[in-house]
Design a protein. Sequence first.
Length: 341
Amino acid sequence: MQSLQEQIKAHEQDINSFTPADAKELEEYRIKYLGTKGIVKQIFGEMKNVPVEQKKEAGQVLNAFKQLAEGKYEEFKHLQDGASQKGPAIDITMPGTELPLGTRHPLRMVENQIVSIFEKIGFSVATGPEIEDDWHNFTSLNMPEHHPARDMQDTFYVSQNPDWVLRTHTSSVQARIMEQGKLPVRVLCPGRVYRNETISARAHCFFHQCEGLYIDKGVSFADLKQALYYFVTEMFGPDTKVRFRPSYFPFTEPSAEMDISCTVCGGSGCNLCKHTGWVEILGCGMVHPNMLRNFGIDPEVYTGYAFGMGIERITQIKYQVNDLRLYSQNDVRFLKQFQSQ
């Protein structure tokens, strides 16, 4: 026991006076004292020669010696951490590396612009659920069961009896607004919609719409036209020409489709307008009296107009994007083109 204490005392003096200059000296110290064949293990091996009655005292001395050796190594371990770094150490006083800025998605940019335009003439934004029941998505919109207009929309059914679907248009939001019974109504309903279609450059199983609804006393088709003229001027410029063509929608009567002069060729004819000089941008019309009655609104007192457009369509015309799939592929090369917009 006496000789063991003398060995430890001699090594303690060396450990206490040890001050490494670099990682190499620290590693040499670790191998000498804490390695698999180091001094600490050698001294612990001497425990077998200590008498039984002295083992407890010797164990305490050895543990204190081991902690001293390990503590000295930990005190200077930062030398090895610094040596293991590749390249120069980071100077935390220097300005940080500038991160590249992201960009808004082109669909979101166009949606925000549409909303901003209509907000200036009194429209407010309304939203609703993307999983809808049959009443709000079809029946209340003058499309009762077996109505042929339902065949125009290939629907994703979530469940049946009762029918729950992924909404096929944001008209379902208009239905929910009307059932609240608060008149007049002047809302804009942007959102994602779903249809069971084959994905291609011209079609997708999900896309985005923005629909508008205005109901009040004395609302006329002339009011609808003036609102849409204003929208086209703000979105595409004052020189854009407009025309209306008769059409059919189950929830409006009379109904029309609205075309604008091609933004690429100016009306002379190109691939975008299929050489007609005109590009369709939206459908519209006066709210059908049956639709008003479904929500307890008297069509003899109140009238209204509605319109709806595809946000992808407006974006295509505005930025000449010719493939719907690009919007959902998250290709950074595509998205970066809109960084400065």
